[in-house]
Design a protein around this ligand. Structure first.
Ligand code: ADQ
Length: 458
């Protein structure tokens, strides 16, 4: 079995309890193969020179963690600038928020080259390399330029937009050509793969040569869909532990005579939070029986607060919640509880279980794991209902959720009303179907599926 080398923007120590499903799943394979995890430490070197970085290598059990400190100027251009100011908005279909005219590209290339330079000496001939996400698209091309002949796979955690949107990035051809340096490219959904296929046909005057093999830029690449899942067993274990049970008890007690709806997200403009709050307001307006009865608990964790668009969405959300509470709230009832904070992972299953409805309504999302976590946390004999955006990658798998168009505010309000009134039998049937899919395609399946496909490519 080859050693696995994982490269991602940030590293999570797989031994720490706060590590999510991804770290746990990758950690298992890394442990088995005595693997290496390489990424940015999240720290900057004071007065560091652009393109230079300090590498710290340490071991955690059988796994080696290699963390790179970066120069402040590089973090500005590579991370805040190009990754989060250009690629994130464009890949989430938001050209209006993208800083396309910026000069961040050179910093993005510089840091990818630095990653390659620091990683190359640590590599062995038969290592299997797995690179993650939009921060590192050109990394394989940089490694190839240094003579690396290893098998290299890439997984995109966020959506790939249609060709007409991608083509707005001035260097889109360079970016997409870089994908052809990989042996395998994985997407979250069929929609993303289709967009890739269209891009290749439209831009590269080339035909796909087979179901999953694409030819362009004088080379071929295998691409497929590998929808990411959650660690179901780990999440169930968390749900049985004391902290989750306490959270369940206190939440049930606090809202004893009320219906509870929940949203849990990073505070990001892709998550459709203002539209969701408006839909909840519409619910109270259109279906007055929910006044004094339904409460929306929205937890939004702080994210990328040094990027303007994120500050704007925060203000918009605060004012929307304030307006609804002002209009409909009463001495003994607040319609929206908005919490701008991260909730400890150990408490999440208890919180989800105490809620009647989850609102997972992103405008665009690679997958969305909250949808899957909510389903797993439910009591099977009396489960809550998932209202899910059709624009989340998860919608391709979770067809038994109530699928909504988050831009359609009255339509979403109607779906929420339906969720609140759904008879027990229908709730159970939908929940069972969702759970079956989520258990079958869990994060371990995803990890195995990708790595086996990569290892078998000729
Ligand atoms: P994210 O955009 O970060 O990830 P998502 O999949 O929704 O989104 O959530 C990741 C995790 O963060 C979940 O486990 C969730 O429980 C946790 N989380 C979110 N908000 C939280 C809060 N306020 N408090 C506590 N925990 C919170 C990217 C892509 C997604 C894709 C993942 C994995 O954008 O589409 O599903 O990667 O590939």
């Amino acid at each position: 079995m080859s050693r696995l080398v994982v490269v991602s923007n940030r590293i999570a120590d797989p031994r720490k309890p706060a590590a999510g499903g991804l770290a746990v799943a990758l950690g298992e394979t890394l442990k088995k193969t005595g693997g290496l995890w390489f990424g940015w430490s999240g720290k900057t070197v004071p007065d560091g020179m652009p393109g230079e970085g300090k590498l710290n290598v340490h071991t955690a059990g059988t796994v080696t963690l290699a963390e790179l400190d970066l120069a402040e100027e590089d973090v500005d251009a590579y991370y805040r600038g190009y990754s989060n100011g250009v690629l994130w908005p464009v890949f989430h279909y938001r050209l209006d928020l993208a800083h396309l005219e910026s000069g961040y590209l050179s910093g993005y290339r510089r840091v990818n080259r630095l990653f390659a330079r620091k990683l190359a000496p640590l590599l062995r001939e038969d290592d299997l390399i797995w690179i993650h996400d939009y921060h590192l698209i050109p990394l394989a091309a940089e490694l190839r330029a240094m003579g690396c002949a290893n098998r290299i796979g890439f997984f995109l955690h966020i959506p790939l937009p249609p060709q007409q949107i991608l083509a707005a990035i001035p260097s889109h051809e360079w970016l997409m050509r870089a994908l052809f340096a990989y042996d395998l490219v994985g997407f979250q959904s069929e929609a993303d793969l289709l967009n890739f296929s269209h891009y290749v046909q439209a831009e590269a005057t080339a035909e796909p040569v087979g179901v999953s093999q694409f030819r362009a830029f004088n080379s071929t690449v295998q691409a497929g869909t590998f929808p990411i899942g959650i660690d179901v067993d780990e999440f169930r274990r968390l749900g049985q532990a004391r902290e989750a049970r306490d959270t369940y008890d206190t939440t049930c007690k606090e809202y004893s005579r009320r219906r509870l709806l929940i949203g849990v997200d990073r505070l990001d403009y892709s998550k459709g939070l203002p539209q969701r709050i408006r839909a909840f307001g519409e619910l109270l307006r259109e279906y007055p029986e929910n006044r004094h009865s339904a409460t929306l608990l929205q937890v939004a964790s702080p994210s990328r607060e040094d990027v303007d668009a994120y500050v704007d969405i925060q203000h918009e959300l605060e004012s929307l919640c304030g307006a609804i509470n002002g209009n409909y709230g009463d001495l003994d009832w607040m319609p929206v509880r908005y919490i701008h904070r991260i909730i400890a992972r150990r408490r999440l299953p208890g919180l989800y279980r105490a809620c009647d409805v989850a609102l997972v309504t992103p405008l665009r999302d690679g997958m969305n794991l909250v949808a899957k976590e909510f389903v797993v946390a439910q009591d099977e004999s009396d489960p809550g209902v998932l209202v899910l955006s059709r624009f989340a990658g998860a919608a391709e798998q979770l067809k038994d959720a109530l699928l909504v168009n988050p831009y359609d505010i009255p339509g979403t309000a109607q779906a929420i009303q339906r969720a609140l009134q759904m008879p027990l039998e229908e709730r159970r049937a939908r929940h069972a179907a969702l759970l079956e899919n989520i258990c079958r395609y869990d994060v371990h399946w995803w990890c195995r599926q990708f790595l086996e496909t990569l290892a078998e490519i000729r």
